[in-house]
Design a binder for this molecule. Structure first.
Ligand code: ZN
Length: 195
């Protein structure tokens, strides 16, 4: 059992594209165990290998709501095979201590991956659940994409990052998502009309 050091925003390895896993070696098995130990120690719901300085396509999530029940899911070489809808999501990241902002996410995702034994599985997450958001967030880490790249309001995000002593949002990485934003706006309007 090893709790590893989580690298912080600003570390170059967080921006690297991670490599596919070709063999579930002892090294990968230990990495998976360490990811869980590190995630639980930090009270996180997800952690990707690049966050502990290993640029391989591995991440773990556990969105078990009550802390006593564990729902660990290991993703190795994940592929998002279907994505639909859009939601606003208030998110943070263990590599961004105490910084949270509003980001755009798909409402639904279907993902194919290998588990820690190398067996393939398919998982669906819908309705903008924590699992759906968490999978997209951790998946992004494998491509060097960070949650602030999806921010809905750059000024809001920059203000929060500055308050926490973190580097500002980088224009080079900002992702323009007009379709997602449009759907989020529509959803918010509908909610207002209902009230
Ligand atoms: Zn993260």
């Amino acid at each position: 059992m090893t709790v590893r050091k989580i690298v912080k925003y600003g570390t170059p390895s967080l921006r690297e594209k991670s490599k596919e896993v070709h063999k579930i070696s002892k090294k990968i098995q230990i990495l998976v165990e360490d990811l869980y130990d590190t995630m639980y120690a930090a009270n996180g719901v997800g952690l990707a290998a690049p966050q502990v300085g290993e640029n391989v396509r591995v991440f773990v999530v556990d969105v078990g709501v009550d802390k006593k029940t564990m729902h660990p899911i290991t993703f190795i070489n994940p592929k998002i095979i279907k994505k639909e809808g859009a939601v606003n999501s208030y998110e943070g990241c263990l590599s961004f201590p105490e910084a949270y902002t509003n980001v755009r996410r798909y409402k639904y995702v279907k993902v194919k991956a290998l588990n820690e034994k190398g067996r393939p599985f398919v998982i669906e997450a819908d309705e903008g659940t924590l699992l759906a958001r968490c999978i997209q967030h951790e998946f992004d880490h494998l491509d060097g994409i960070l949650f602030v790249d999806h921010c809905r309001n750059r000024f809001e995000a920059d203000k929060i990052l500055q308050e926490k002593g973190l580097p500002p949002v980088s224009a080079d990485y900002l992702i323009d998502e007009p379709e997602l934003e449009e759907e989020i706006q529509k959803r918010l309007q509908k909610q207002e009309e209902k009230q």
